[in-house]
Design a protein around this ligand. Sequence first.
Ligand code: GLU
Length: 529
Amino acid sequence: MRYHGPPMNEQSQVAAPGRVVVRFAPSPTGYLHLGSARTGLYNYIFARRSGGSFILRIEDTDLSRSTDEAILQIISSMREMGLDWDEGPERPGPHGPYRQTERQPVYHEYIEKLLAGGHLYPCFCSAEELEAERRAAQAEKRAWVYSGKCLALPADEIERRSAAGEPFTLRMHVPPGKTVFHDMLRAPVEFDNDTIGDFIVQRSDGTITYNLAVVVDDVSMGITHVIRGDDHLSNTPKQVAIYEALGASVPEFLHMPLLFGTDKKKLSKRHGATKLEQLTAMGYLVEVVRNYLCFLSTEFDESMITWTLDDLVEKFDVLKLGTSASIFDPDKLRWMNGRFIRQLSDVALGERLEEYLTRVGFYGAPAAVEELARHGAEALAAEVEGAGTAHALLVAPDVEQEALTRQLAPLVRDKMDVLADFVPMAGWFFRPLVVSDEARERLAGTEGAAETLRTAAADLCELPEWSVEDVEALVRDLPARLETKPKSVFAALRLGMSGQSITPGLFESLWVLGREEAATRLAAAAALL
Ligand code: GLU
């Protein structure tokens, strides 16, 4: 049972006096969920506001659910959000390693300490015995905690049973009384120790449980403030018991209210896209997601939509969070994203579009990606996610595609809420004209369509100067000349140039296509009628 690991680094147990040290400790069991992203963000803001240190730690003790891919995704999401850490994976420092699976010697070192202090005892109770206790408690309608049956086992019995190879766990003895801790959002939180019970810190196979690992990590990394979801409130008294047994100073806690959907249920897959990667793959801008995660717990005014990370550090006070549930409203996020897009300069939006379209594989296969995007931004994101981060679709735009994207940016700015909206609206610029049967029927049903298309094609070729203004004047003149309603002329030209009814502005679109391409498309569409 005794484990002799390397000597403990005593220095690393103490934080520099007064210096804030926080950590974000996600479990790598999937993409970064919005709730976790929020916890990481608040820790970052708290650290930077106080000039403290921010540690990223990977809680991968649950081997059956943790994957290396998820660790990479956490790292990439943190980077995408701009949340750089002072110590952690890929950023070694004095408190490493930063993956729990690599910290086993440290845990066993602390187990030794706790054993030496008489705080742990071996428990030989079998799963059946524990189950019987649990059932008895259930029958009496009381919450079950371990009875403490093995607490008083005589030393010779322990010796005999362990020598005979009988499996045992190690339990932390929680003395009677009360456990009180401080939470920065709450009045002192008090638990009756009877409700905690003596809990397992080391399983019979020698592995360490979460509560032990998290305290050892926090103590040995000198964490001063633990900021995490309030689903961990009920674990905290157990953790405090370990701190006290170790004689370590208990950190300040801040348990953040969890995120709920608009239906007041805990945020989950059922609420649609709730993962950072998924949202950015739908064309939400990471700044907007970041700001939204802060604003959903504060009074909000529109000027805050464009805050930078530095603004958040300067102006967002994590301590004002309150304890009521935060509601994640995708419609509000979408609205904010649209507002953010509208204030981007042509150049900035062009860059963001280019980045996004590259990420979703648009430039490599415009028609295929367009087809997907017609089923919605979520369908597109699902495909990108399914392909993984290093997917084969990543193709940078060629010179023409790049120029086209930049030209289109100002034309789509007012029409998009998420960047994915670009694809069904403007994807047709990047491929030859396709007029579906349905579009052809719509064209055929449009008053004077054939004549409109033929006349416009011919006149565009004759236009002395190729400018948006001249294209507009030409188009605006057509209804009177052709004795057709303006609505019909516009509809025919829109369908004729693109094969669809929703496009960026008609005059600008014709202009972007260029004289020859515009005329060719309109003539080709006319020929279908
Ligand atoms: N790994 C835990 C989680 O992802 C966090 C535990 C903690 O912050 O103490 O919920």
